[in-house]
Design a protein around this ligand. Structure first.
Ligand code: ADP
Length: 487
């Protein structure tokens, strides 16, 4: 099975969220199962700052984008630890930028950038030589790949028999652009209809991918169901429900080489289930020092790590934080970056409760590891959550997740009830409605459990023993690819 993974970000080259974790780890997981896999992504500026052994391939070609023909220079690097090749599509005009997609607002030429990338990825697939079995596309940035394969490259021997799989990591981001950007795609206007590429007058790149792909997947079975109706489908529920025969949900794995408390270089003292208390104590001491405290706090440590956007339930966190910090029952650590408004409100909370609320604004991979290791409880109160990785990392690091019952959180966290505690399946605390009262109640349940050492140790053991590695998710993807190839 020859698979080309096509994504706009991948660890360790460039990352803004969970997509990068998936695109960085899946090639290795598929290779372990006997697939021949390569990855294609844009040559973002970030990719060159990591000291990775990136080399030129000498492959260079022009890519038609509207009336222009910008040049794609192809660089290559091994995906560390996997033996797979990663190809970086370099073009300084498009990708030599400080951030991947823009700052507080998107880059105005994002349509042009990812039309260029999608077309370049397909052209590269042809130049690398075929035949490819599967072109695996991720999110709106690659939504044009299935369309180009079907409309422009259908007779090219390298990809003529290739099947396209479109994976949705988040329905909320669809790549919506004004209709004149259709001219940049080079695709005939006849495809600009509500049945294919048009969405309420705009060009919709995710929709395009979902229409033209041979198979669709998303990152958890619950999210696969949720997106077939409103509001989960974000306007595309009709299309997704019509295509439900080829729609699958596969929970993301985690990269256990990167996220393993026993070998994690970001921790002062690596640990496993047997010495979790000592490992967590050392992590808390390091975290306390980092925030300028003389000693670690004895109160339960409640953490939040994630993007500061509405989806992640920051409003609920702020409300509960205010009440619980005032009562002094827990110590909070928040690591995130995102909307200026949320950053400011959190900064205010941190100033109001010094010594109880620690806040780090910014994206800091090492600190994210340390926080998970130090935390007793990790909050994931999302409004919606396609899969979510934070709760998986938390479990592996012995931090008990408190999550809202949505998307992948439903599929990966088992609520602690008398029954699930008895049968050792409990791994966290789950609440239903998207409101602060629900989060507060679930957090209170977690804090009560935390005070009962044998019960808590049991929960931590259950959580740490969960296998969220890519082994089983990789097998599910392989089955999906085999089914799709045979279709
Ligand atoms: P999403 O992809 O919606 O952002 P996920 O839970 O799937 O959410 O993945 C988020 C990933 O990004 C996790 O690896 C998490 O640890 C990481 N992350 C989010 N915010 C930060 C931050 N400020 N610093 C470091 N890592 C972060």
């Amino acid at each position: 099975m020859r698979v080309l993974e096509i994504a706009s970000e991948a660890v360790p080259f460039a990352k803004t969220g969970g997509l990068a974790d998936v695109a960085g780890a899946l090639p290795g997981a598929l290779a372990d199962l006997g697939c021949e896999v390569a990855l294609v992504m844009p040559g973002h500026r970030d990719a060159y700052a990591k000291g990775l052994p990136i080399e030129s391939t000498g492959i260079e070609f022009e890519v038609p984008v509207g009336t222009r023909r910008p040049v794609a220079r192809i660089l290559r690097c091994r995906v560390p630890g996997s033996g797979c090749d990663a190809y970086l599509v370099a073009n300084d005009e498009f990708f030599d930028r400080p951030t991947l997609y823009g700052g507080s607002s998107d880059y105005p030429d994002n349509a042009e950038r990812f039309i260029f990338f999608s077309r370049a990825a397909l052209e590269l697939a042809c130049r690398l030589g075929g035949p490819w079995d599967i072109l695996h596309c991720h999110d709106w940035q690659t939504g044009l790949v299935p369309a180009y394969r079907a409309l422009e490259y259908a007779s090219h021997p390298a990809v003529a028999s290739a099947r396209t799989v479109m994976t949705i990591h988040n329905m909320a981001y669809q790549g919506l652009f004004w209709h004149w950007d259709m001219l940049l795609t080079g695709i005939d206007w006849k495809h600009f209809t509500w049945r294919e590429m048009e969405f309420y007058g705009q060009l919709n790149l995710l929709k395009t991918g979902l229409v033209f792909a041979d198979a669709i997947s998303t990152v958890s079975p619950t999210y696969a169901r949720e997106i077939q109706s409103s509001p989960g489908g974000c306007g595309l529920e009709g299309l997704l429900s019509a295509r439900r025969g080829v729609l699958t949900g596969i929970v993301n794995g985690i990269d256990t080489r990167v996220w393993n408390p026993a070998t994690d270089p970001h921790l002062p003292r690596p640990y496993g289930e047997a010495d979790v208390e000592a490992g967590k104590y050392a992590a808390r001491a390091a975290l306390a020092a980092r925030f300028g405290h003389a000693a670690p706090d004895a109160r339960p440590l409640v953490a939040f790590v994630g993007r500061l956007v509405e989806q992640k339930g920051i409003e609920l966190v702020l409300e509960v934080l205010g009440r619980m910090a005032a009562a002094g029952r827990a110590h909070f650590v928040i690591l995130g970056t995102g909307s200026g408004e949320y950053e400011e409100l959190l900064q205010r909370a941190a100033l109001m409760f010094p010594g109880t609320v620690d806040l780090a604004i910014g994206f800091d991979e090492g600190l994210a590891h340390l926080v998970q290791a130090a935390a007793d409880i990790t909050l994931v109160p999302s409004l919606f959550e396609p899969c979510g990785l934070t709760q998986l990392y938390a479990q592996r690091y012995g931090s008990i997740p408190v999550v809202r019952a949505t998307g992948g959180l439903v599929d990966t966290v088992v609520d602690a009830t008398p029954e699930t505690i008895r049968d050792h399946s409990a791994t966290g605390f789950v609440f239903q409605g998207f409101d602060a009262a629900g989060l507060e109640h679930a957090l209170a349940r977690a804090m009560t459990a935390h005070a009962d050492r044998p019960l808590w140790n049991g929960l931590v053991g259950n959580a740490m023993r969960q296998d969220w590695s890519w082994r089983s998710s990789g097998r599910d993807y392989l089955q999906l690819f085999e089914r799709t190839r045979a279709s």
